[in-house]
Design a protein around this ligand. Structure first.
Ligand code: FES
Ligand SMILES: [Fe+2]
Length: 352
């Protein structure tokens, strides 16, 4: 691979908002080490995690009010990144500062823009709104993965792997057999799969609480560069779900966004939410635990895949029909990175 696999001019999730508090939180976003914290009025701040003086990570220092104090020789920085105090001298070198990054808080997350600050438009934060809506309930998590972020996106855009990777949990033959449709526009790819008039899988039958055939859907929405939401559910056949009336059914959404840390590592954020039995904490915890074990199965595959990529730098990926959405996603990202490196523009890519 020539350049980086990730664009810089994009919003990336740095943390679930509740994890950014009055402590210094180190994170890595597209190769940049940053330190996050909150100002007195609650606004989140992101600074380069390297002191101007001798580069000690500022996250090893401490927060004093709204200032970060380096843990080595005590240089003090304000939330605008300017150094406001140097030990044993009267004046502060005016060029002493660390870089700050645009951050916004949206959907219960702190998003960071690592690229050109002039282009950081909060209106382009990925839509993960269901993560923070009171009429949807769920529980979130995030953790590092030892693989390139695009492997995770590929995985989420192709649910036929459920049949094989998750044979013991959510996989069944219907998912691998059902036809699907892929559409794309601007910075999005949508893959839609309907399974009409089928017997409800045991999990959904239990939650629906009604006998009889169901219409089951999986609608996967990718937002470039690295956000994937999966809308899943069932409704009794004949109640209009394929035409948009889901009032007789149940819906869950699995929300994911992946932040590249380096070429070979990333941070994975996810939350499963549902729009029924909102107060049932045992159900929330049960769904969370089930998702955890399913995602642990993915982790084994993804990290092994990264090892194989490292072992075989000369090999390429081949694509099947099932990879249509992932191919589109990769083309959108390629167009974004090409535009940044000046070797192309962000126009609609062509797909074969
Ligand atoms: S390295 Fe930070 S004050 Fe010296
Ligand atoms: Fe999976």
């Amino acid at each position: 691979m020539s350049g980086p696999s990730f664009p810089e001019n994009a919003w990336y999730a740095a943390a679930w908002a509740r994890h950014v508090a009055e402590d210094l939180l180190p994170r890595q976003v597209v190769d940049r080490k940053v330190v996050l914290y909150r100002r007195g009025d609650g606004r989140a701040v992101a600074l380069d995690d390297a002191c101007w003086h001798r580069l000690l990570p500022l996250s090893m220092g401490r927060l004093d009010g709204e200032d970060v104090v380096c843990g080595y020789h005590g240089l003090r920085y304000g939330p605008d990144g300017r150094c406001v105090f140097m030990p044993s001298q009267e004046t502060v070198n005016p060029s002493a500062h660390v870089r700050t990054y645009p951050v916004v808080e949206e959907h219960g997350m702190v998003w960071l823009w690592p690229g050109d600050p002039a282009l950081a438009d909060p209106a382009t934060v990925p839509d993960l709104s269901l993560a923070a809506r009171p009429d949807w309930a769920g529980r979130d998590r995030d953790y590092p993965l030892a693989c390139n972020y695009q492997l995770v996106v590929d995985n989420l855009l192709d649910l036929t792997h459920e049949t094989f990777v998750h044979a013991g949990s959510i996989g069944n033959a219907a998912v691998a057999e059902a036809p699907f449709e892929t559409t794309h526009s601007g910075r999005e790819v949508v893959l839609t799969r309907w399974m009409l008039g089928i017997e409800a899988p045991p999990f959904f039958a239990k939650h629906l609480g009604r006998p009889g055939p169901v219409d089951r859907w999986q609608i996967i929405r990718y937002q470039a560069p690295s956000t994937v939401t999966i809308d899943v559910g069932v409704a009794p056949t004949g109640t209009g779900a394929p035409d948009g009336d889901r009032s007789q059914g149940i819906t869950m959404q699995v929300l994911h966004t992946v932040t590249p840390s380096t070429e070979g590592t990333c941070r994975f954020f996810w939350k499963l939410v549902r729009n029924y039995s909102l107060e049932d904490q045992a159900l929330t915890d049960g769904l969370f635990a089930d998702s955890e074990s399913v995602l642990a199965e993915d982790r084994v595959v993804l990290e092994a895949q990264q090892h194989a990529l490292d072992d075989h730098p000369d090999k390429v990926f081949y694509n099947l029909n099932i990879d249509a959405a992932a191919m589109w996603a990769r083309q959108l990202v390629t167009a974004m990175t090409a535009a940044e490196s000046g070797s192309g523009s962000f126009a609609a890519p062509s797909v074969r």
